[in-house]
Design a protein around this ligand. Structure first.
Ligand SMILES: Cc1cc2nc3c(=O)[nH]c(=O)nc-3n(C[C@H](O)[C@H](O)[C@H](O)COP(=O)(O)O)c2cc1C
Length: 189
């Protein structure tokens, strides 16, 4: 079984990237193959609305998104994390979500399971809106959204790696990973 993770922060060792790694741990420990895409290291341009994908089913922009398109097909589950930017997902992540448009008729993610993580500096800084933005995208791809302990995993943190001092949040991210495992196994039956 295969899981892909997308970290939407442009910062290395960002808090949302760390939580993503914790969420992926239970899957890795259960023998799943893990591919992690760090948007801090990749170049993914925004969709330019050329609409050529309507004819070809592929995206004309030749950048790192091509390996994400491949992983959409390869994976059985997907976990996405984002920092809260302007009470929404980061623009780096939004480019990835938009670029799914090119393959939407193929439905490469349909029936697969997904989870979401959002980190902002403010209490009520827009974490819930960010989780909802990711869930809405997932649902439009036909992904079955899996919660953490209660809902998507949200956290309050600011400086890179601050989240490592929040034992409870790290545990919440792991619970998301365990729940993804559970639902994926149920779907296999
Ligand atoms: C451009 C920008 C916009 C931001 N907007 C918000 C916001 O609306 N709400 C919030 O709580 N934090 C906001 N923040 C703070 C980040 O969400 C916070 O630093 C978070 O830890 C970033 O995640 P990361 O550590 O994974 O990079 C913003 C930061 C930047 C750089």
């Amino acid at each position: 079984m295969n899981v892909m993770g997308i970290s939407g922060t442009p910062r290395k060792k960002g808090n949302s990237e760390i939580l993503l790694r914790y969420a992926l741990k239970p899957l890795k420990n259960n023998g799943w193959n893990v591919k992690t895409f760090l948007l801090s290291e990749l170049t993914i341009k925004p969709c330019n609305a050329c609409e050529s994908c309507k004819e070809t089913g592929t995206c004309i922009i030749n950048d790192d998104m091509q390996s994400i398109y491949y992983a959409f097909r390869w994976c059985n589950a997907i976990i996405i994390s984002s920092p809260v930017y302007s009470r929404n997902v980061s623009s780096q992540l939004l480019s990835v979500l938009d670029r799914h448009y090119a393959v939407k008729f193929d439905k490469p993610l349909e029936g697969k399971v997904g989870g979401a993580i959002a980190v902002g500096r403010g209490t009520c800084g827009g974490q819930t809106i960010t989780i909802n933005a990711i869930y809405t995208w997932m649902l439009s791809c036909g992904i079955i959204c899996v919660p953490g302990e209660l809902n998507g995993v949200t956290a309050v943190a600011d400086e890179p790696s601050d989240i490592l001092n929040q034992e409870n949040r790290l545990k919440q991210a792991e619970i998301l990973g365990f729940n993804i495992l559970k639902v994926a196994k149920l779907l296999q039956k």
